[in-house]
Ligand binder design. Sequence first.
Ligand code: ZN
Ligand code: ZN
Length: 264
Amino acid sequence: MPAHPVNPNDALPVDGWLTRLGKVFLPPRCLVCGEAGADGHDLCAACRDALPWNHACCERCGLPQPERVPACGRCLRKPPPLERVRAAFRYEFPVHQLLPCFKFHQDLAAGRELAEAMRGMLTGDLADVAARPQALIPVPLHPSRLRERGYNQALELARPLARAFDIPLMREALRRTRATAPQSDLGALARRRNPRGAFAVGDVALPAHVALIDDVMTTGATVHECARVLQRAGVQRVEAWVVARVPVRRQKTEDRGQNADAGR
Ligand SMILES: [Zn+2]
Ligand SMILES: [Zn+2]
C-alpha cells in the first residue's frame, strides 16, 4: 500500500495549497481572542502560551499529574494495553472548543493549529529514529459516520504527522465494523464497554510498532480496544498520539453530555 493516501475525495487541505493561498489574502486571526495571529499562525502569542499543554502527565496513560511520571498509580496497578500516550493538551479551555470546531464544523484553521501542536510535542521525543513507530494508524470512523461528516478528523491529524516524521500512514490497518453509539450519550460504564468488538484489522501486513492517532482520549476505551485488536494481530508495541487527554475530574462532565469523544 502507498505510504501516503492518494484518494483525493476524502482529503481535506489541512496543510495544503488552499491554506497557503488563504494566508496570502487573509492575514491570520487568533482563533481564541480574535487579535492578529503570530508568525502566520491562527493563534496570537499570548493565547498560544496560555494553551493547556499536558507536560506534567503520566507517560503511560497521558493523564495529567502534578509532575511528569513514567507511570501513575493506576497504570502500575493495572497496566493499560498502550505502551504510552502522547497527548499535547489537557482537554480544557480553549482546546475543548477548538477540537469540536475542527471535528464537527470543518474548521481547518483549528485543525491545522492542533496538528501543529502535536508535531511540536513529538519533535523532541522522535529525534531518536529508533523510537519512532513504523506506521501511523488513524482511529477509523464507521463508514456511515464518515458519509455523514465527510471526513475523519483522526486521519486529517495523521496526514501532516506522517509527512513531518516520514512515517507511513496505514489508513486501512483498522476498520470500524460496527457503528457505536455516540460516546456522549452513554454513562461511564457503558462508555468503557461500548467499543468492544467494534474494530477489525484490515488485510495489510502490520509492523511491530505502531502509533494510533485520534483527536481526544476520554476514558481510553476506544484506543484501548484498537490496541487489543492490533496486538491480537501480532503488533508488539502500540502507542497513542492524541490532541487532548480528558482529565479524570472532567470525564464525569463529559459523561453528562459534552461531546469530547462523541460521534463515532
Ligand atoms: Zn489570542
Ligand atoms: Zn497512568
